[in-house]
Design a protein around this ligand. Structure first.
Ligand code: 3PG
Length: 378
């Protein structure tokens, strides 16, 4: 079934619209430290308020007890916005009732209420009774079967916002890659990426495994990985002989004064693999250059601790490639943004786990909820 777009909506004067939006952003010392998602969220909010809607913004922070007030402090400089330190109780209802056409209200962190994660029907009713209509603009949380994602669209006429649709449209071509195709998977926690890896191996001509994910493959090959991070699953040994899998040939190990490049099978017992070596990326370059589709998620090294050279070199190689280039994941994004390469990619996703689940399964609970929402506007 089709997902309805906010673009279909005309005059919304007097209409209360509950917007599930992506406000889960990094914070430092009580203030927003990365506004990328927030700036992208504005398009849908401004579209709705320009049509006279009374917008109620609902979102979460991963830190369950964390407040969304710092996000309010950022957004109030951009739009006519009020804040309430409540989610769906008496104060929130009163604030929603007091809204005027074109104004927005920000509710507090949905996860303060246990009903959000539990998709509790009572909580869903409390949320829906504040609004006449629902817009989901949070693709980044569409993999969570939570109240504000899958519960609310059962009871309110539902639409997808611009950011949600942009993610869906931007990522969909990666589900059916044209040959020759190359998927590049990095980061850590192989155990959480098994379904995706299996899907990629079915659909892509080659899958390059980098970052800490590669360490599991090195172990399965019988290589020493010293003190490097590995997940401990046996998946790598089962996939090792798949000829589509490409692994780094050379890695960097952390030393007291920086890094040393060594062959992947020559890591010492006391050493820690911190990144892939530039020569490994050079070996991957012919695949990058000839691919008609490149999908990339996850850093090639221990990015958060400053080992980002491999990721940065890879980003600059992919940026120059001719094929379709779809990327996502927090650190991958940070690298591309810091290098000013965003415009050289076909699509840069703001989603993390949702991107991985969408690519693995071809859909998400939040997509299905919008597709099957039967409620209509009276
Ligand atoms: C994200 O930031 O990736 C999404 O908002 C989901 O957050 P979560 O992992 O806390 O559910």
């Amino acid at each position: 079934m089709e997902i309805r777009s906010v673009n279909e909506l005309g005059d919304l004067s007097g209409v209360r619209v509950l917007v599930r939006t992506a406000l889960n952003v990094p914070m430092e010392q009580g203030a927003v430290s990365d506004t990328f998602r927030l700036d992208r969220a504005l398009k849908t909010i401004e579209f709705l308020t320009a049509r006279g809607a009374r917008v109620i913004l609902a979102s979460h922070r991963s830190e369950t007890t964390g407040s969304l007030k710092p996000v309010f402090d950022y957004l109030k400089k951009k739009i006519a916005l009020v804040y309430v330190d409540d989610i769906a109780g008496v104060k929130a209802h009163a604030a929603a009732l007091a809204l005027k056409d074109g104004q927005s209200l920000m509710l507090e962190n949905l996860r303060w209420d246990k009903g959000e994660k539990a998709n509790d029907e009572h909580f869903v009713r409390e949320l829906t009774s504040m609004a006449d209509m629902y817009v989901d603009d949070d693709f980044t949380t569409a993999h969570r079967p939570h109240a504000s994602i899958i519960g609310v669209p059962k009871f309110l006429p539902s639409y997808a916002g611009f950011q949600f649709l942009a993610e869906l449209e931007g990522l969909t071509p990666a589900l059916t890659p044209q040959s020759p195709s190359l998927a590049i998977l990095g980061g850590k926690k192989l155990e959480t990426k098994v379904p995706l890896l299996q899907t990629l191996l079915k659909k892509y001509d080659h899958v390059f495994v980098g970052g800490a994910l590669a360490n599991d493959f090195f172990l399965a090959k019988g290589y020493e990985i010293g003190k490097s991070l590995a997940s401990g699953t046996d998946v790598a040994s089962r996939l090792l002989n798949d000829s589509k899998i490409l692994l780094p040939t050379e890695v960097s190990v952390a030393t007291v004064d920086g890094r040393d490049d060594v062959q992947a099978d020559n890591v010492g017992e006391g050493e820690t693999i911190s990144d892939i070596a530039p020569r490994s990326i050079a070996a991957l370059k012919p695949y990058i250059d000839k691919a008609r589709m490149i999908l990339w998620n996850g850093p090639m090294g221990n990015f958060e601790n400053g080992f980002r050279e491999g990721t940065d070199i890879l980003a600059s190689f992919i940026a120059k490639a001719q094929g379709t280039k779809i990327v996502g994941g927090g650190d991958t994004l940070a690298s591309i943004q810091d290098l000013g390469l965003e415009k050289d990619f076909t699509f840069v996703s703001t989603a993390g786990g949702a991107m991985l689940d969408f690519l693995a399964n071809g859909t998400l609970p939040g997509i299905e909820a919008l597709e099957s929402s039967k409620a209509t506007r009276s």
